[in-house]
Design a protein around this ligand. Sequence first.
Ligand SMILES: [Zn+2]
Ligand SMILES: [Zn+2]
Length: 295
Amino acid sequence: VKIVPGILSAEPVLLAPERARRPHAFSGAVADRTDVACPFCPGNEDLTPPSSVEVRKNGAWTARAFPNKYPASQWHEVIVDGPDHNATFDRLNDPRAVLRLYANRYGALMAGGASYVCLFKNHGAMAGASIAHPHSQALGVPFLPPRIRREAQTFRAAASCPLCAAISPHQSRGLVIAETASFVWLAPESSTMAHEQWLVPRRHQHEISALNDEEVHDLAVLLGRSSVRMSEISSSFNWLFMNFPQEPAGHFYVDLFPRRTSVAGFELATGTFIEVIEPLETARAFREGFPGHDR
Ligand SMILES: [Zn+2]
Ligand SMILES: [Zn+2]
């Protein structure tokens, strides 16, 4: 893997040609194929590199992390959410174990020398997943990526935390989907992706590693509820864990959105997004369900 500086953008690019050798790298997910063995199912562990960490119960793993076979950097791991090939996040036996693995691998890869570790989930072909079995990734890079740098700068420059301050106006404008004792699930007013939502811990903290047991519990529940709703309108979604290492002014949050369209020319040309769904509509749909989906 090589880091190539942008000629004009000055933003680094990860050049990882070995990733083109992934099965179906350019043909979408292996999602519906039954003729190939799933490398993430129990019994097929020899198809992946050995685990870096496993959560075990009754002699079997319930979640595991291992180095990516086709890494995009020297700090690239896969986190398999559970043994069940078809279990969605809300159906996992131990979703908290997955979040603890997130925090564990984030800490380990940061300690291993990465400047930033991105924790994210690609679910479904439209979201970039090439394997259907529920999994997440931890991908470290030797620089602070542009979005993280921009947002960290916003937090640092503000007199008080803009995310702490955003909660109450979102409540009063009907943009909150649900609240727990420790988390607020909202449709951000500045949504850039259709049906985007944020999960914001009430307690100001800048990294996943600072979440306490109650927060991990509440986050797991809300991730499950969001993924159920998102699956009502799309088979694909992403969630992104926004950490701000070494920036205590930063406020950790999770950014989630279903994928129904790909990012298009204008967005790629300008970095400006056209949002076509009212955040108020998103908040209502995630509270009440999407039409035609009574749950
Ligand atoms: Zn599987
Ligand atoms: Zn804050």
